[in-house]
Design a protein around this ligand. Structure first.
Ligand code: FHN
Length: 486
């Protein structure tokens, strides 16, 4: 006989079966030949170093710096480093040919790698990502696999070597940017649909492999490669080739770091494979964009690469639109670290090798801030404490850093700590170590512990600042909170 009890039981059983099927669906993994190589994050020393960088520099440099977004009085409307792809009625006549001959004029007489490295060091960058070959295919090192290189310019000297040596000399790790997409190579295809395309692309694949091995051999101190231009179908279809090449590179250069942009799995999935596992050592998808919460980063390592103007990586003589201030950029850097990522700021030197004044000023302003506050950046990471509107938390062991960007009018920085765990013992400014008052503000409804960190009203600054909280393990009383009668 069916009664209420039986019906309930049926529902429960149905729910269980359903839930089981559902959870099975969620956890079903398919076997992939060319998927992610690991289920967990890397924990080796090289990766720990990468994680602790906090701030990096990106440099986009190449022959696109000669036109700098303009040619014959005409303005190219895209990103300056994309100018070779200028087409349509506004493009200069025979533009591709003109562009492909620009290298004959490339003579950056002002280029001084030591000066760049010194500036990056002064800004507080711990690593640099340098463009060896961008989408236009021009190589800043004397590659033996093509004539389209720095060796054939009036300048002649190896630029990649100078950058690697100069940055290493001041203690900055170097990562080489390499664009797979190559508008100059005869074998490059966006897609390969015919036998002829495949044959041409096979030649291009050999070229790519040779150049990557060449880069790792010529510049053995580099810590990794930063790939780009890997989104087109012809490359996405190369799961097996790219996987083998990645293995070969990792064997040749143990400990090297490669992000999620290099290769796709056999189903064409990029960044994460068909099972949702990250491809490569860290997520490379945060370009000119930042996550808003820790959920957005899915437990991955990640970096954010950012331009100072809206979307110009290479030199553009005429920056238009909103240009970020050092204040904006410092906030982005702190936000990145507070969500467990690195922040990489781009510079686009001009055709002579100058870093423009706007970038020099920004580097100086960030550097001034870092000289006082870098403890909250280097080696610091996400802190599992509820975000507050006044700014961001970063954490290193038992030290909690409160980076204040919106100073409250009552000077009280509220913090909410979970019921159990560390409690604040001591608070002080990173600048000058002046101590700051910690007020116990009791418990809230969830029995979490509340504190006010009181900024002395006399403390005057127009810049974001950091307060350190030294935390200790202590037993605190749990107060019971009367539930609201609603
Ligand atoms: O197309 C490029 C762009 O020019 C620039 O190099 C950036 C840097 O991350 N990457 C590509 C767009 O994702």
């Amino acid at each position: 006989m069916i009664n209420v009890k039986n019906i309930t039981l049926l529902f429960v059983l149905f729910g269980l079966i359903n839930g089981h099927i559902f959870s099975q669906e969620k956890t079903t993994r398919i076997s992939l030949k060319h998927g992610s190589h690991r289920a967990e994050k890397r924990t080796d020393a090289a990766m720990q170093t990468w994680r602790a960088y906090g701030l990096g520099q990106f440099i986009h440099w190449g022959i696109y710096a000669i036109p700098g977004g303009q040619w014959d009085g005409k303005t190219y409307n895209g990103a300056a480093e994309w100018i070779r792809s200028w087409s349509g009625k506004d493009a200069p006549v025979n533009w591709e040919k003109t562009y492909d001959n620009l290298y004959k004029q490339f003579n950056p007489t002002v280029f001084d790698a030591d000066k760049w490295a010194e500036q990056a060091k002064n800004m507080g960058a711990r690593y640099v990502i340098f463009t060896t070959k961008h989408h236009d295919g021009f190589c800043l090192w004397p590659s033996k696999y093509t004539n389209y290189t720095i060796a054939k310019t009036p300048y002649k000297k190896d630029i990649v070597k100078q950058v690697v040596d100069a940055y290493n000399k001041v203690g900055i790790d170097v990562y080489l940017y390499y664009s797979i997409m190559d508008w100059h190579h005869a074998g490059w295809r966006y897609d390969s649909k015919t036998k002829e395309d495949s044959a041409a692309f096979d030649g291009f694949k050999k070229y790519t492999r040779n150049q990557l091995i060449e880069l790792l051999t010529n510049y053995p101190t580099v810590k990794g490669l930063w790939f780009d231009g890997t989104w087109d179908k012809a490359w996405v279809k190369q799961a097996e080739f790219a996987d083998e090449l990645e293995n070969e590179m990792r064997t040749l250069h143990p400990g090297m770091i490669i992000g999620s942009r290099f290769r796709a799995d056999e189903n064409g999935k990029r960044h994460v494979d068909t099972n949702g596992d990250m491809m490569g050592d860290y997520e490379q998808g945060w370009e000119r964009n930042l996550p808003n919460s820790i959920e957005d980063v899915h437990g991955h390592d990640w970096d954010c690469v950012m331009t100072i103007p809206e979307n110009q990586w290479g030199y553009n003589s005429n920056w238009t639109g909103y240009v970020k201030t050092s204040y904006n950029l410092i906030e982005m850097m702190v936000k990145s670290v507070s969500l467990g990522g690195n922040f990489v700021l781009n510079f686009g030197p001009d055709g002579k090798g100058n870093i423009r004044q706007e970038e020099t000023d920004i580097a100086q302003e960030i550097g001034d801030w870092m000289k006082i506050n870098s403890e909250a950046i280097y080696g610091a990471t996400y802190s599992d404490i509820k975000k507050q509107d006044w700014g961001y938390f970063t954490q290193k062991g038992k030290k909690l850093y409160l980076a204040v960007f919106n100073r409250p009018i009552n000077n009280c920085l509220n913090i909410e700590l979970s019921k159990k765990g560390l409690i604040p013992e001591k608070a002080y400014f990173l600048a000058g170590k002046q101590s700051v008052l910690i007020q116990d503000a009791g418990n809230n409804k969830q029995n979490n512990r509340l504190y006010n960190i009181v900024i002395p009203p006399s403390y005057c600054t127009v810049k974001p600042f950091v307060i350190v909280l030294e935390m200790e393990e202590k037993q605190t009383e749990e107060k019971s909170y009367q539930q609201a009668k609603t």
